[in-house]
Design a protein. Structure first.
Length: 465
């Protein structure tokens, strides 16, 4: 079924460009795995193409890595297979996970082209896990794996109308994943329901000796589907981030209905006042620049193939040499900034301050001061028209996910309806390692949700009748 849908919707028809490569025999392999008492029982999973799998090159969307055939599985993929999951293929992404230039178009890569939104094919899929979000929305797979540094799971999940979960940093190994930032990077599940996201997380999570951030993962790993059906929000205090709703009346109305649904499930809503410090965003960016150069260099220098780029400087040189293919639509200003961001003392100061503002003095303080278990806000605005010439244009001021990204805390987005047929998600966030609690809260909201969700049209956007 999934292979046929990829052929009819991704390769042909609307040509979503969500999938870069797939295994035509995946469903036969899935049948062979079924019935062997495994966690995933042959379920098919698409994998973002910055995560290594043994079958195919791992390109991060760039022609510089088109021959990056390592022949190895990232530990999370080894976990997936051990749990009875079947790797269906690799998904398109915003090239280099959207860290190359500040005028990029999300969902575009030189390897995969531009991913189209199943709900409106002329609209954007957000980034950088664009193909993963679009593939789940289009029914091309049971579930998909995305990665996030800041918003790259939650935004495409929201805009494509699916569930996306960014777990606590350290819950899933990052070994053999093309990096941006060891402070903020994590993989996470994208699926059509909270249960399925929790099931995939259960398969992927676990400690990895090669990734120090995961030292405590085995302590917090559990069956993340346990208790989802019985979970309750009765009497649970939830912080409402009114300042992160943005200025759009249509998004606010949708969010207000989601709050009513949470109240109908027994939650006690508490307005919380959060005003982000510009210092957090500034210092996050400094952190990402410094870690990009170092972490990318470590990854590239360890690749087994011959003739591969070995440093960020090599990538910059490659892009210049192949500018017609790589830089027709946008440049590499962030790469170039990162290459010159070498002051370690300034970096360490920036990282400590960004983390303090996002974690201890951000989410932790909001939870403690307001005596709430979770924070909620809209995840992002409605999808915008894709425009390779002018780049992305987000609806500003919506969402608080940067807090969870910088702090490394869990962030779940669950569909809460649509604006003019364009999906909008509800964000649920909490403290470090409270992943299971966040998923339970999401499952309760999912059951209580009273709004009808949009169905993909696979056509360009048109105004509602």
């Amino acid at each position: 079924m999934h292979v046929e849908r990829i052929k009819s919707l991704d390769d042909a028809g609307p040509q979503l460009n969500a999938v870069i490569v797939y295994d035509a025999d995946a469903e036969a392999k899935a049948k062979a795995v079924m019935g062997h008492d495994t966690l995933l029982d042959g379920r098919t999973v698409l994998v973002k193409d910055n995560i290594e799998t043994r079958e195919w090159p791992t390109t991060a969307g760039s022609l510089a890595l088109k021959d990056n055939m390592t022949g190895r599985d990232a530990p999370m993929i080894a976990n997936l297979r051990a749990a009875g999951g079947v790797v269906l293929g690799k998904t398109n992404l915003s090239e280099w996970a959207n860290i190359r230039d500040d005028n990029s178009t999300s969902g575009w890569s030189a390897v995969g082209g531009l991913t189209r939104n199943p709900h409106a094919t002329d609209r954007n899929t957000c980034g950088s896990s664009s193909g993963s979000g679009a593939a789940v929305a289009a029914g091309l797979t049971w579930a998909a794996i995305g990665t996030e540094t800041d918003g790259s799971i939650t935004c495409p999940a929201s805009i494509n109308g699916v569930v996306g979960f960014k777990p606590s940093v350290g819950m899933i190994s990052r070994t053999h994943v093309v990096p941006i930032s060891h402070s903020q990077d994590t993989a996470g599940p994208m699926a059509s329901s909270v249960h399925d996201a929790a099931l995939l997380l259960t398969a992927l999570a676990g400690s990895d000796p090669a990734d120090p951030a995961t030292a405590d993962a085995d302590k917090y790993k559990t069956d993340f589907t346990a208790g989802l059906e019985q979970a309750s929000l009765k009497g649970v205090r939830i912080g409402v981030m009114r300042g992160q709703v943005g200025s759009r009346a249509d998004v606010r109305a949708l969010f207000d209905q989601a709050l009513k649904d949470l109240q109908s499930a027994g939650a006690v809503l508490v307005d919380v006042d959060y005003k982000p410090s510009p210092d957090m965003g500034r210092d996050e960016f400094t952190t990402l620049l410094f870690e990009l150069r170092e972490d990318m260099g470590k990854y590239l220098s360890g690749l087994p193939g011959k003739g591969m780029p070995r440093s960020l400087a090599d990538l910059i040189a490659f892009n210049k040499a192949h500018a017609d293919q790589e830089m027709r639509w946008f440049g590499q200003s962030i790469f170039e900034q990162a290459e010159t961001t070498t002051d370690r003392a300034a970096y360490e100061k920036a990282r400590a301050n960004a983390y303090r503002l996002a974690g201890p003095e951000g989410i932790d303080k909001l939870l403690a001061d307001n005596k709430v278990a979770f924070l909620v806000a809209p995840t992002a605005g409605p999808s915008w028209t894709s425009d390779l010439v002018n780049g992305d244009h987000f609806s500003g001021g919506i969402g608080g996910g940067t807090l969870a990204a910088v702090a490394g805390y869990p962030h779940l987005t669950v569909p809460m309806g649509a604006v003019e047929g364009l999906p909008i998600g509800l964000s649920i966030m909490s403290a470090k390692w409270h992943d299971h609690d966040v998923l339970k809260a999401g499952a309760v909201y999912e059951r209580a949700r009273s709004v009808k969700l949009p169905v993909p049209s696979f056509k360009p956007w048109q105004p509602a009748d």
